[in-house]
Design a protein around this ligand. Structure first.
Ligand SMILES: NC(=O)c1ccc[n+]([C@@H]2O[C@H](COP(=O)([O-])OP(=O)(O)OC[C@H]3O[C@@H](n4cnc5c(N)ncnc54)[C@H](O)[C@@H]3O)[C@@H](O)[C@H]2O)c1
Length: 353
């Protein structure tokens, strides 16, 4: 049997290799690199094909495809969101993705993206806060202490200089896990008994809960002047975290309005309620925070360009590490038109008796 040609082989980053790569680079340095890569792509936002993600909803969750291209590379992510999974011992969010070469359409990379999504979401959140949060922010409340939580805490430490995280989750076991995982990482970690206690003294409040309903993780009276809200968990129709009254007095920043108006906190508002696209702030077209006492909200739902940036960065970072497997994924006959001949030549031999 002829071995596959070089073109047939696509580098595949497994979960194990992704974890090794993260440790090879270092978690915080990689978060900083990802934030810079995502910010650079937000700055050239008009270069990208953009479409709201293609979502397939069920009563208990969603499966989504998230494609984009900058004309040179194409990327997509498959991702699910099933808040009830945890009760069966499964992840709420799992993902994998592909980066491809636009010139040939051949894939360049296939990667796990469950860990990469946690990294890119945290890097995006902290990158947005770099533009929107009060500059002297040192304390962050982290409400929802599940799979994403430690990534968020470390990204805000590495990228925004957060020194203290105040943790709250309806399940004390989640908070205890988070306290243990963040021990010895240079953050003051304060477990709290309520969301009200967690937000005490915080300049940044991150909500990262999972529940398929219009939840009220924060009510209006809990949000003081000047606070930056990083709302991560409201990311599907009928799945929000903030009371509507907060939205009515906040400066709202979003990724891609046609997607966020359907999936984000702003699904609770009129379809023409004014919001600012984050890329416009980064590109210098419009201001971010305009007053020290302004409440700013990054209504994050996760957009395809963040995954594209992350895949491209991992592709670059893989070089020379060997932290991938070559998958025989693309049929590559010697004569491109002889696909059938290649198939026939691979038939098991009928050796004469
Ligand atoms: N915006 C994005 O780009 C993006 C990316 C990834 C995940 N998400 C969303 O972030 C959320 C968290 O994801 P995860 O992987 O950490 O989920 P997870 O299930 O691991 O953790 C969620 C945590 O929220 C807690 N929780 C639920 N209701 C709560 C409440 N009322 N108050 C306090 N805590 C509460 C749960 O006990 C759990 O510990 C999900 O909704 C997911 O869809 C968004």
């Amino acid at each position: 049997m002829t071995p596959p040609s070089r073109q047939a082989l696509v580098p595949f980053v497994s979960v194990d290799h992704m974890m090794q790569l993260v440790h090879h680079v270092g978690i915080e340095p990689l978060l900083v690199e990802l934030a810079d890569a995502i910010e650079a792509d937000f700055r050239r936002w008009p270069d990208f094909d953009k479409t709201p993600r293609v979502a397939s909803h069920s009563d208990i969750g969603v499966i989504e495809l998230m494609p984009t291209s900058d004309g040179q590379h194409y990327g997509f992510k498959y991702v699910n969101g099933h808040p009830g999974n945890m009760r069966q011992g499964l992840q709420t969010v799992t993902a994998f993705g592909v980066l491809a070469d636009v010139a040939t359409g051949y894939p360049l990379l296939l990667s796990e993206m469950t860990i990469l999504t946690a990294l890119r979401t945290a890097a995006t959140s902290a990158m947005a806060a770099r533009w929107l949060a009060p500059h002297d922010s040192r304390v962050m409340a982290m409400i929802g202490n599940g799979a994403q939580a430690e990534f968020q805490a470390l990204a805000f430490k590495a990228i925004c200089g957060i020194a203290e995280v105040r943790l709250y989750d309806i399940d004390p076991a989640a908070t205890a896990k988070c306290v243990a995982n963040l021990a010895g990482r240079g953050l003051r970690v304060v477990p709290c008994a309520s969301a009200e206690e967690a937000i005490l003294g915080a300049q940044i409040v991150t909500t990262c809960t999972a529940d398929k309903q219009y939840a009220t993780i924060l009510s209006d009276n809990m949000v003081g002047a000047g606070v930056h809200l990083n709302a991560v968990g409201g990311d599907c129709p009928g799945k929000t975290e903030l009371h509507r009254d907060i939205l009515l007095r906040a400066g709202i920043f979003v990724e891609y309005p046609p997607q966020t108006r359907v999936e984000g906190e702003i699904q609770q508002l009129d379809p023409d309620h004014a919001v600012t696209e984050l890329w416009q702030v980064i590109a210098g077209h419009v201001p971010g925070r305009t007053r020290a006492d302004q409440v700013t909200l990054f209504d994050s739902v996760g957009f395809a360009i963040e995954d594209f940036s992350a895949l491209r960065h991992i592709h670059k970072r893989l070089q020379g590490t060997g932290l991938f497997l070559d998958l025989d994924m693309i049929a590559d006959p010697d004569d491109p038109r002889d696909l059938f001949g290649m198939l026939c030549r691979a038939a098991p031999r009928q050796d004469a008796a």
